[in-house]
Design a protein around this ligand. Structure first.
Ligand code: HEC
Length: 125
C-alpha cells in the first residue's frame, strides 16, 4: 500500500514537472512567453525578424513588415483581427485582403498573450 501511495505521489510530481515545460497554454496562469509564441505562431509568415512581407513561393499575398511597429498599434491590430475590438459590427480587420489568415492565427491567443507578443514585435529590429 505504501508503495502505491509513493508511486502515485511520484507520478503526480512528474505531471507537475512536465506541465512546467509547456511554453504557454491559455487557461493556465503562466506568464505568456512572447518569444516562444512569436516563433511558433508568427515566424513562418512574418520571418524571424518581422521583415518577411509575403509567403515563400507566392507573390500574390503581400503585406507590410511588422518589425519595430508600435506596441499599442500591434496589440490593437491583433485584437481587431481576432474580432474582439470591432465585434459590435462583426467585421474583422482586413487591411490587405487577407485578414482571415490573421484571424485564424489570433483566435487562440489570449489578450495577455497578444499584449506580450506585441511588445516582442516592437522589439524586433
Ligand atoms: C499564415 C500566415 C501568417 C501568420 C502565421 C501570421 N501572420 Fe500576421 N499577417 C499575415 C497576413 C496575410 C497579413 C495581412 C492581413 C490583412 O490583409 O489584413 C498579416 C498582418 C499582420 C499585421 C498587420 C500589419 C500591418 O501592416 O498593419 C500584424 C501586426 C501581424 N500580422 C502580426 C502577426 C503576429 C504577431 C503573428 C503571430 C502571433 C502573425 N502575424 C502571424 C499572415 C500571417
Amino acid at each position: 500500500m505504501k508503495k502505491i501511495v509513493l508511486s502515485m505521489l511520484l507520478a503526480s510530481i512528474g505531471l507537475v514537472a512536465s506541465e512546467g515545460t509547456v511554453p504557454y497554454k491559455s487557461g493556465l496562469l503562466l506568464p505568456p512567453q512572447a518569444d516562444k509564441i512569436y516563433e511558433k505562431e508568427c515566424t513562418h509568415c512574418h520571418g524571424k525578424d518581422g521583415k518577411q512581407t509575403g509567403f515563400e513561393g507566392s507573390s500574390r499575398v503581400t503585406y507590410s513588415e511588422i518589425a519595430g511597429m508600435d506596441t499599442a498599434e500591434v496589440a490593437k491590430t491583433l485584437k481587431e483581427y481576432r474580432g474582439g475590438v470591432k465585434s459590435k459590427d462583426y467585421q474583422q480587420l482586413n487591411k490587405y485582403g487577407y485578414g482571415a489568415l490573421m484571424r485564424s492565427v489570433t483566435a487562440d491567443l489570449s489578450w495577455d498573450e497578444i499584449d506580450a507578443v506585441a511588445k516582442y514585435v516592437n522589439g524586433l529590429k
